[in-house]
Design a protein. Structure first.
Length: 344
């Protein structure tokens, strides 16, 4: 379906998130009991192996033995094992970011110590300040919100380390010999759609609401936040940056034109890859891409090139089509809004 740029809100991003992560779909005819058994055996093997990657991978598998993918109700146990993983390898930014994301999704979980630790490991990353925004939003604290907005505006980028994490955890699962690459892909991507609580754009929408942008200080801060989001290692955060750019810049501004052009290129490349998923790419290929490309934008470029498609959209692709003059005469108006192509 096509989503107008002006109405492209975080709650509509799930399909694009799945595409960015490379979510696979198992055949409906797959034996559900067999899939659940694979997950259960894999989880037991990971917990027994006990390395940081093993425990973090186990954290993202359903602990109940009744489901084949992680559910929102599993997050408290997921946090337990993720914390143990971080304890074993405290300098791994991807593991600490996972703990921060899961903690932020759970009522009563204090993210502040995790924010400080991640900031110490990666001072240019705004993810800790994004978590601080989430805390301020949860408590309705305007002063905390404003302080977090100022801190976040100083970030160079907002990284989630998603591909790095996926590559490490997929390799840990493969080592068990208990689970197929296809089921690894389904489980990890499905789990991260639940666990990456801070990736949904709700905090930046809360901080940079259009009615707050009349204040010059807030406007400038939100413009810098949009730039940090554009520099993210995840496609979904780059996509959400376009929403902030639209709020922060007037129609006809070069910044808005540049954001729309970048969005058009991303839409085109995502469309090419989505159409090519039924081709020769396998789940194991996807895992190798996660391991090779920390930035999802770079992975997307590599996928388009592997499919033999041009990196730039053809002339007119994704642009509003002017109506035929005979169809509506002078009374017609054309829209300059960009559409976001989300494919299923």
């Amino acid at each position: 379906m096509k989503l107008p740029w002006s109405t492209f809100t975080p709650c509509r991003l799930t399909a694009f998130m799945a595409l960015a992560l490379g979510s696979a779909t198992l055949c409906a005819s797959s034996d559900a009991a067999s899939l659940t058994q694979q997950v259960w055996l894999t989880r037991q093997a990971l917990l027994k192996a006990g390395s940081a990657d093993d425990l973090a991978a186990a954290a993202l598998l359903s602990p109940s033995g009744r489901n084949d993918v992680l559910r929102a109700g599993d997050l408290r146990e997921a946090l337990l094992w993720t914390r143990r993983a971080v304890y074993l390898d405290p300098h791994r930014r991807d593991l600490l970011a996972l703990e921060l994301n899961i903690c932020s999704a759970l009522p009563g979980c204090d993210t502040q110590p995790l924010e400080l630790r991640l900031h110490a490991l990666d001072p240019d990353n705004g993810l800790p300040q994004l978590a601080a925004l989430a805390r301020a939003r949860a408590h309705g604290a305007d002063a905390q919100r404003d302080a977090a907005v100022i801190a976040l505006s100083g970030a160079q980028r907002i990284d989630f380390y998603t591909n790095t994490l996926l590559g490490h955890l997929a390799q840990a699962m493969l080592r068990t010999g208990q689970i197929s690459p296809e089921l690894i892909q389904v489980n990890l991507t499905s789990a991260l759609l639940i666990a990456n609580n801070l990736q949904r754009g709700e905090e930046t929408s809360y901080a940079c609401q259009p009615q707050r942008l009349s204040h010059p200080g807030v406007l400038q801060a939100c413009r810098r936040i949009a730039q940090a989001m554009q520099n993210s290692d995840t496609l979904i955060t780059q996509l959400l940056a376009g929403v902030l750019v639209q709020w922060c810049y007037q129609a006809g501004s070069p910044e808005l034109a540049e954001a729309r052009a970048a969005q058009r290129i991303m839409n085109y490349r995502s469309s090419v890859v989505n159409q090519g998923l039924s081709g020769p790419t396998t789940a194991l290929d996807r895992i190798r891409l996660w391991q090779r490309y920390p930035r999802q934008e770079d992975m997307l470029v590599a996928q388009v090139q592997a499919l033999g498609a041009p990196l730039q959209p053809p002339p007119g692709w994704g642009l509003p089509q002017a109506p035929a003059p005979r169809a509506c005469g002078r009374s017609c108006t054309t829209s300059n809004s960009l559409t976001i192509q989300v494919t299923h």
